[in-house]
Write a protein that binds this ligand. Sequence first.
Ligand SMILES: Nc1ncnc2c1ncn2[C@@H]1O[C@H](COP(=O)(O)OP(=O)(O)OP(=O)(O)O)[C@@H](O)[C@H]1O
Length: 524
Amino acid sequence: MTLAPDLPTAPVAGDEALAIHGLTKRFGATTALDRASLVVRPGTVHALLGGNGSGKSTTIKVLAGVHQADAGRLAVGGREHDLATFSAADARAAGLRFVHQDLGLFSGLSVAENVALDAGYPVQARSRVQWRELHRRVGRLLHEHELDVDPRTPIDELRPAERTMVAIARALQDAGPDSRERLVLVLDEPTASLAQHESAELLDRVRRLADTGQTVVMVSHRMSEVLSVADDFTVFLDGRTVATLTDASPTEDELVELMAGRAVEALRPVDSSSATETLRLRTEALAGGPLRGVDLALHAGEIVGVAGLVGSGRSSLLRMLFGDLPSTSGTAHLDGSAYAPTSVADAMARGVALVPEDRGREAAFAPLSVADNLSVTRLRRFWGWRGMDRRAEYAEARRLIADFKVKVGGPEAGFTSMSGGNQQKVVLARWLQRDPTLLLLDEPTQGVDVMSRVDIYRTVREAARRGSAVLVASSDASELLALCDRILILREGRVDEDLTAESLHPDDLTRKLLRATSVREEDR
Ligand SMILES: Nc1ncnc2c1ncn2[C@@H]1O[C@H](COP(=O)(O)OP(=O)(O)OP(=O)(O)O)[C@@H](O)[C@H]1O
């Protein structure tokens, strides 16, 4: 294991598939990367790890030619490149290929059309697309990537792991199986929104790609998955490389300690249930969108998880309870009186809060500062006859930034200047300070590092202890088990099972979820 960053003058070109040394990137007063290094051996899966805001995405953006570095040296496949002018076209020519969390696939198009969007359509004279040739070419590519999918299949009909595999096949399409060594595939949190069994399938595929010579760099916050697939590990802390582990088998605790820069205990919360007998929310045969009749009861102080495969109606249930998706039949009662919100404003007036999955698009006010994003649901509190009381607003924002351990320069910083995980913490902090009657969380810790995850679970448990009823939709079985008192399995828009979380193991939950699919398939 190497500790301490390499010097910027270290030799860069060698046998490595990818070598970065002395990488430095500043955004105004923020130093995102401080002489970081990343050295990747060919044909390996290399995990790039670090807490929220440690510099992983900035490194990927430098590699992709999105950001220009202030200093540093880069070699890909032994060839040096000038980082000061490194562009997206240079990245492609150098052999770097990227699959981001947003896969960049277009719904409504077929698999073949999505693949062609990257490589272009084969055309004949008079610009007519040669569909047969396209389908043949894409069929061969899918076969090479062990994907048993007809190229004409609409992309939306694929399972999430299959969609990611199509994005990977597309990224690697200009290298055949014999020339894979030429390319370096960078995967940015590829499993973040996948359920356990889907991740396992994808990681298996990634492993097999590496076994045939493909170099893969992978960013992930899911430690157990990283450990199951990676050969080598690089750990970032505050923009620096604090460890490089080659051909290593570290434990999860060792990795987390390196990421946190300190000994970490009590990572697994043991907070006891705060559920009471007071009924907060009851729904009867609630239907609309994919929901076909949901019956549920939620008590004050209770945290209830919603598990289900994609399409089971998890997010729709939360959106319906937040007045964002109309119900077509059924009833709901909140604190004893009828509850049928027809808008988000209606729901908020009844004390309901939702932290949506896509916080970037739906939950944040991107052009505003962190302080404004925190206070936006409580403007009245800071609004006086002399206008907005910025001092009070900023003082409150500073308190929340400290409580939620948000890594940001200060309350005046722009929301989008924060890393993804820190943005999520701000959105959560905003809603939790309202002490909601009903708190709806959709994938609450997606993109959040393991250290902050525990803080978030504790904060949610405290909100429940103060009386909120909490409904959490998550694709992460371990998260549901760490956080919830009960877990409901949704199947085809109905509650299929109601489980006590305490006695469950993540594998049991996954097995039950999969059983829900096989029953569904038998139904057909
Ligand atoms: N466009 C930007 N403007 C200002 N600061 C930025 C910008 N992009 C990133 N930063 C800062 O650089 C640092 C590193 O951020 P980066 O997004 O690389 O972290 P990360 O390791 O990818 O985090 P996460 O796990 O949350 O995605 C953070 O302090 C972040 O606030």
